[in-house]
Design a binder for this molecule. Structure first.
Ligand SMILES: Nc1nc2c(c(=O)[nH]1)N[C@H]1C(S)=C(S)[C@@H](COP(=O)(O)O)O[C@H]1N2
Ligand SMILES: [Mo]
Length: 220
């Protein structure tokens, strides 16, 4: 990023202190005993199925953008170069798809959502995000869920660059919600003051999608 070290350091400290004061973003992650690791109605798979709308976009790094907009102090439009210059993080997490498969221990590398939030600084009244993708797919989630420790803008899976079919060059991973919330081919993150339905959410899926509460469909 173009900021000098001092400026970034100040921003980081300020936003962290502010979040601590507000007690914000501290609710999402609950650690679970091993026997509760598989959510109700799910079965384990070892492979990694591909699911999408059937139109996999060709996304070139040279023309790739990630726009972060809406209710933030510092809106930003990342080029691939600017995005690559952000600090990289590694996360290990499970996948739970609403179609009932789960896959344990996926290693993701990329930019943590915490680091992104430190840069853009959501305004105090921001409550939800809308993710928009290169295939036209959208999905919405509460900011408190987007802001969990495990959430990441993933560029790598198991040490390899994320393949195009799984959302490369960059996808969102929010592992504690059903996988339809984990937007592939991410292009835009909009911070909102209220909730709005994304693609599957308009088509009967739950607005939040917590696998342990089996929040599969909106009438559940
Ligand atoms: N851009 C985009 N992201 C998407 C989808 C999609 O159609 N387009 N499908 C969602 C659904 S329903 C699922 S289950 C997961 C599947 O991810 P995978 O193909 O890597 O397993 O991506 C989610 N993210
Ligand atoms: Mo899905």
């Amino acid at each position: 990023m173009s900021d000098g070290d001092q400026t970034s350091e100040t921003k980081l400290t300020l936003s962290k202190r502010r979040w601590a004061e507000q007690g914000k973003f501290l609710t999402g992650r609950v650690s679970r005993p091993e026997e509760e690791r598989l959510p109700p109605g799910q079965h384990l798979v070892k492979n990694w199925p591909v699911l999408d709308l059937g139109q996999q976009p060709v996304v070139r790094k040279e023309s790739w953008r990630l726009d972060v907009a809406g209710e933030v102090e510092n809106p930003v439009s990342f080029s691939w170069r600017a995005f690559e210059a952000l600090p990289s993080t590694s996360k290990l997490s499970d996948i739970h798809c609403v179609t009932t498969w789960s896959r344990y221990d996926n290693r993701w590398d990329g930019v943590s959502i915490h680091d992104l939030l430190d840069l853009v600084m959501p305004k105090p009244h921001a409550s939800h995000v809308m993710l928009t993708c290169y295939d036209g797919y959208t999905t919405n989630l509460p900011l408190a869920d987007f802001a969990v420790e495990d959430a990441i803008l993933a560029t790598h899976w198991e040490g390899e660059a994320l393949t195009a079919e799984h959302g490369g060059p960059v996808r969102v991973v929010v592992p504690h919600l059903y996988f339809w919330k984990s937007a592939k081919w991410i292009n835009r993150i909009e911070f909102m003051t209220g909730d709005r339905a994304g693609f599957w959410e308009r088509n009967g899926y739950h607005m939040r999608g917590d696998p342990w509460a089996e929040e599969r469909y909106s009438d559940d």
